[in-house]
Design a protein around this ligand. Structure first.
Ligand code: G3P
Length: 219
C-alpha cells in the first residue's frame, strides 16, 4: 500500500514529502476552503511540491456532467502531468468520469460508501475510487470492511485497473487495517502520519542510548 496525504496545507505537504513517505496528495473543497487561499492556485502549488497524482475536486456547486467535465478539464490543465480530477459518485458524475477518461484525463471517484458504487465508478473508467471509511465508522458501519469488499471484488476481474484509495482515514489503526484489507493507497492526514512514526518504546530506547552514551563519552 502506498500513501497519499489528505490535506491542502502546503506546510504539511512539504513535511510529509520530505519524509519520503508520500507519493501523491488528495484534496477536497472543505480542505482547500480551510486554507483560505485561491482554489486553483492551491492545487498548482501542491503539484509543484509532490511529483505524483494530485486529486483536485470539481466545485461542490457543480452537479451536472457538462459542468463537471468543463471543470475537470480546467483542473487537469493546471498541471497535466499530475492533476487527477475528483468527481463525486452520482449518475452525472459517472458520465463525467466516462467523458474525461475518453480524453485521457484521470479521475478519482469520491464519496464512495458502497461496493456497488465502486464497481460502477471503475466501469465508467475512474482511475481511482475513494471509499470513505471514517465517515462509515461515524454511523456505526465498519468502514474497513467496505475497503476489503471492494478489493476482493476488483480482484475477480483482471480487466479492472482502478486503484482503491482508502479515504477518510482517522487513525493509525485505520492505516494498518486498510493495508490488510487490500487498499492500493491510503490517503492520510498529516496528524496520522505523525502518530504512525511514534512508539513509546522507540522514545524510551532513544533516551537510554543517549543516557548510556553521555555517561561514557560525554555530550
Ligand atoms: O478527502 C476525503 C476524505 O479523506 C475526507 O475525510 O475525515 O473529512 O471524513 P474526513
Amino acid at each position: 500500500m502506498r500513501f497519499f496525504i489528505d490535506t491542502a496545507n502546503l506546510e504539511e505537504i512539504r513535511k510529509a514529502n520530505d519524509m519520503g513517505v508520500i507519493s501523491g496528495v488528495t484534496t477536497n473543497p472543505s480542505l482547500i476552503a480551510k486554507e483560505g487561499r485561491d482554489y486553483a492556485e492551491t492545487l498548482k502549488a501542491i503539484a509543484a511540491i509532490v511529483d505524483g497524482p494530485i486529486s483536485g475536486e470539481v466545485k461542490a456547486t457543480t452537479a451536472d456532467a457538462a459542468g463537471m467535465i468543463a471543470e475537470g478539464r480546467a483542473i487537469h490543465a493546471l498541471d497535466p502531468a499530475h492533476m487527477v480530477v475528483k468527481i463525486p459518485m452520482t449518475a452525472e458524475g459517472l458520465k463525467a468520469i466516462k467523458a474525461l477518461a475518453a480524453e485521457g484525463i484521470p479521475t478519482n471517484c469520491t464519496l464512495i460508501f458502497s461496493a456497488n458504487q465502486a464497481l460502477l465508478a471503475a466501469r465508467a473508467g475512474a482511475a481511482y475510487v475513494s471509499p470513505f471509511l471514517g465517515r462509515l465508522d461515524d454511523i456505526s458501519q465498519p468502514g474497513v470492511e467496505l475497503v476489503q469488499t471492494i478489493a476482493a471484488m476488483f480482484a475477480n476481474y483482471t480487466d479492472l485497473h482502478t486503484q482503491i484509495i482508502a479515504a477518510s482515514v482517522r487513525s493509525p489503526i485505520h492505516v494498518t487495517d486498510c493495508a490488510l484489507a487490500g487498499a492500493d493507497i491510503a490517503t492520510v492526514p498529516y496528524k496520522v502520519i505523525e502518530q504512525m512514526t511514534k512508539h513509546p518504546l522507540t522514545d524510551a530506547g532513544i533516551e537510554k542510548f543517549r543516557a548510556d552514551y553521555v555517561k561514557v563519552f560525554g555530550e
